[in-house]
Ligand binder design. Sequence first.
Ligand SMILES: N[C@@H](CCC(=O)N[C@@H](CS)C(=O)NCC(=O)O)C(=O)O
Length: 250
Amino acid sequence: MHMHDVYASFYLFKCLHCPGSVAPLSRQPMKLIIGNKAYSSWSLRGWLACKQSGLPFEEVVVPLYDQDWDKRRQGDEFAPSSGKVPILWDGEAVVWDSLAIVDYLNDKTGDCKFWPADPVARAMARSMAAEMHSGFAALRRKHGMNIRQVYPPSTPDPDVVVELSRIMELWAQARARFGGDGDFLFGAFGAVDIMFAPVVTRIVTYSLPVPRFAQSYMLAVLQHPFMQDWIAAAQEEDWVIEQFEKPASG
Ligand SMILES: N[C@@H](CCC(=O)N[C@@H](CS)C(=O)NCC(=O)O)C(=O)O
């Protein structure tokens, strides 16, 4: 065996599900910096993406908004994102922003674990992920993620009702057109489920009203092993951020 073959087998990662794919594997495992598992919805997305990649990664959880937060977020590791989490470090590459992390890991793992293969399904999946990333501001602002709480039902604000109904429309269309035999929006668990996972937990936390089909989908998300791990870790966390411990904020 030649020297370059040794290096090739060391550096290259073959995805078992995509035999043709080869992605570079760094010497060091990737490092994902995230915030509180109880509250940080963007961190949940970045973390689910890392789990879904199947690649090894080191996880560093930092408490958001504690007394050292301002100093910590000015550190070198936070510089690329200007002090926001999640941030993924992979050797010299750094990726911040949850959707960019999904796409980076998709590229690194041979384009087969995140997005549906069918171009029509993929077009819808990409649009849904982008709409989640840039939209639903009222739901996100008024019903912050809080994995540890379940509040009694209350009437959501009209802007939240409009956003929820749009989300239900998207979920219903994805399930009907592309769900097939799978439990998730496009059949198998993927990027769009990752992007909507914190919406699922918000609906549970604030007992928001959703139709029956959505409850089945939400159950599948909540029972996914990655979600079970995250929820268990959130329950174990000692950190409490008082401003996020309110039933709903207008
Ligand atoms: N668009 C970013 C949002 C990242 C973000 O806003 N993260 C929040 C935590 S969920 C954060 O780091 N907040 C801390 C701060 O702004 O000081 C993404 O998709 O990752």
